[in-house]
Ligand binder design. Structure first.
Ligand SMILES: CC(=O)N[C@H]1[C@@H](OP(=O)(O)OP(=O)(O)OC[C@H]2O[C@@H](n3ccc(=O)[nH]c3=O)[C@H](O)[C@@H]2O)O[C@H](CO)[C@@H](O)[C@@H]1O[C@H](C)C(=O)N[C@@H](C)C(=O)N[C@H](CCC(=O)O)C(=O)O
Ligand SMILES: Nc1ncnc2c1ncn2[C@@H]1O[C@H](COP(=O)(O)OP(=O)(O)OP(=O)(O)O)[C@@H](O)[C@H]1O
Ligand SMILES: N[C@H](CCC[C@H](N)C(=O)O)C(=O)O
Ligand SMILES: [Mg+2]
Length: 488
């Protein structure tokens, strides 16, 4: 398949006619992927400037090269397209190259809860009879099954290829996660969005964003730049920063839809625990509604309301949406009750890998604990180091038995990461080998205890050095309960 360069650039860049008639056979921002007739985007990155690979891209047959207008590009035997924002231009080109997108695409941002909200939105739409999918940390989940992805928000080429495939498969409704990296790197700038959601903002990714304000600004691009005027902004009103989100959304002419105890459009009137579920009373313009939410944790109520808000605000019938909440399953590895120990203690697997998430996950389980609450957790390598002592302190404060273990050490020395966590976690038990930590914790469980295994959730591997070794918390827990060794 080839597309005329003029079609890919639309009104973004004007080129002389003969030049604009070039046929482009593919796109990439990686010189190593260039094939004859491709457009290569030479993008400045966090490690290198893609412009240095222009000679290789041209030698591989690049027909056109997108570069920043401040970049001094080497003389190239191909069409040079200069842009003040090459990342954004590339995202738009990727959208035009791929062609179709599902009719209704909503995006959710926030530090925690994005995957859960995207999964809930997909589930609600499915139960209303729509052909729906979601894209995010757990991959592409749709009618054709699941495909794991490397990123929460994929790069524009991968993203638009996925959107076009879903549209061709007659998927009309899509919920996607907008990560702060994805927003900062303009990965979603070609997506036609119908609505945006916001969950919360707490500490994460301060290795990448210089300050928490920069991190917030990146997230706010969804509201202040990506959504078209008048589109709904669904905001969890129960977090302090919601005020700022509302201000930005209003300034951009979005239609506010607030949810939660302080919400206006979908208000949480009351919430009472009922086994591993919760009975909610919700208020909307049409009156009060009693709902059973089959999920553990206050934060899942908040996520479910953002999800319901996104569906209602994009035209979903309120009664059907609220009814659908009663059968939500949620995303794999989010406070997932995976097994019971031989003494009957429930064991949960969760994806908490930020201080706030760890605190929320532990506190969500506390009401069910009759004796002791144990937590197995760690902190990721090559990621925000400031999270480590904070997570250690939270486990020490809120859990009875904290086990500190490895969670994707990546290029770092795992013992150094654990030491940083342990320094703030008096009483913590340091067991680097994650399978052994889980087995030790499981074997120590008594009746009335609960174990939370946090940090990896759905992840299928442990990243050590440059290698991803097969590892699943779900399987490690099941093996430990069966008294078997687990090696991934
Ligand atoms: C920090 C970060 O987000 N980096 C992403 C970014 O890379 P970069 O632009 O910094 O790349 P770079 O290595 O400096 O290279 C610059 C350019 O030169 C190009 N290049 C490089 C080498 C070469 O030989 N030829 C060549 O053309 C590269 O393709 C790139 O376009 O763009 C790349 C292409 O899209 C991503 O693969 C890469 O993700 C890295 C691997 C990553 O780990 N990202 C994580 C942190 C991430 O994005 N996470 C978020 C949030 C997760 C969450 O929800 O918590 C996500 O959405 O997944
Ligand atoms: N609304 C929330 N508030 C606080 N913590 C939450 C909330 N929702 C989920 N969590 C916690 O955060 C973890 C991750 O949740 P989820 O995967 O839905 O978030 P995410 O925003 O997609 O995360 P990531 O950016 O890592 O993909 C959960 O396992 C849980 O511990
Ligand atoms: N998208 C997140 C996932 C972190 C998962 C956790 N297991 C860790 O490795 O810290 C990141 O790449 O920072
Ligand atoms: Mg996610």
């Amino acid at each position: 398949m080839s597309v005329l360069l003029s079609r890919l650039l639309a009104d973004d860049v004007a080129l002389p006619q003969g030049v604009a008639d070039a046929a482009i056979s593919g796109l990439t921002a990686d010189s190593r992927q260039v094939k004859p007739g491709f457009l290569f985007a030479a993008l400045p990155g966090t490690k290198v400037d893609g412009a240095q690979f222009i000679p290789q891209a041209v030698a591989a047959g690049a027909a056109a090269v997108v570069i920043g207008d401040q970049t001094t590009a080497p003389p190239a035997n191909s069409i040079l397209i200069k842009s003040g924002n090459p990342h954004q231009l590339f995202a738009r080109i990727a959208a035009r190259f791929a062609g179709s997108q599902p009719d209704i695409v909503v995006a959710v941002t926030g530090t925690n809860g994005k995957t859960s909200v995207a999964a809930f939105v997909r589930e609600i739409w499915q139960s209303m009879g729509f052909r729906a999918a979601s894209i995010g940390t757990i991959g592409i989940v749709g009618p054709q099954g699941e495909e794991y992805l490397a990123h929460t928000t994929p790069d524009p080429v991968k993203l638009h290829h996925a959107l076009a495939e879903l549209a061709q498969d007659h998927v009309t409704h899509l919920a996607m996660e907008a990560s702060s990296h994805g927003l900062a790197q303009f990965r979603l700038d070609g997506v036609r969005l119908a609505a945006g959601g916001f969950t919360n903002l707490t500490r994460d990714h301060l290795d990448y964003h210089a300050t928490i304000e920069d991190y917030f600004d990146a997230k706010m691009r969804l509201f202040s730049e990506l959504l078209p005027q008048g589109a709904p902004a669904v905001v969890n009103a129960d977090v302090d920063i919601a005020r700022d989100v509302v201000t930005r959304a209003k300034a951009h002419g979005l239609t506010l839809f607030t949810v939660g105890e302080k919400g206006h459009d979908l208000k949480l009137v009351s919430c009472v625990r009922d086994g591993f579920g919760q009975r909610l009373v919700l208020a909307t313009a049409s009156g009060q509604h009693e709902i059973y939410l089959p999920l553990v944790g206050d934060f899942q109520v908040s996520n479910a309301l953002v999800a319901a808000g996104l569906v209602i605000a994009t035209g979903g019938e309120e009664a059907l949406v609220l009814h659908a909440l009663e059968s939500l399953k949620g995303a794999k590895g989010r406070l997932d009750l995976v097994a019971h120990s031989t003494k009957g203690a429930p064991i949960f697997v969760d994806f908490a890998h930020t201080p706030d998430a760890l605190e929320k996950a532990i506190l969500a389980l506390r009401p069910y604990v009759k004796r002791k609450l144990a937590v197995v957790f760690g902190a990721g390598g090559d990621r925000d180091k400031g999270k480590r002592p904070q997570m250690g302190a939270i486990a020490a404060k809120h859990a009875d038995i904290p086990y500190v273990t490895d969670d994707n050490p990546r290029s770092e020395d795992p013992a150094v990461i654990r030491a940083a966590v342990m320094a703030a976690c008096p009483g913590g038990i340091d067991i680097g080998d994650r399978a052994l930590a889980i087995r030790t914790a499981v074997e120590a469980l008594e009746e009335g205890d609960i174990l939370l295994v946090a940090g990896k959730g759905h992840e299928p591997g442990q990243t050590v050095g440059g290698k991803v070794l097969p590892f699943s918390d779900h399987d490690a827990v099941k093996a430990a309960v069966a008294g078997q060794d687990y090696h991934g």
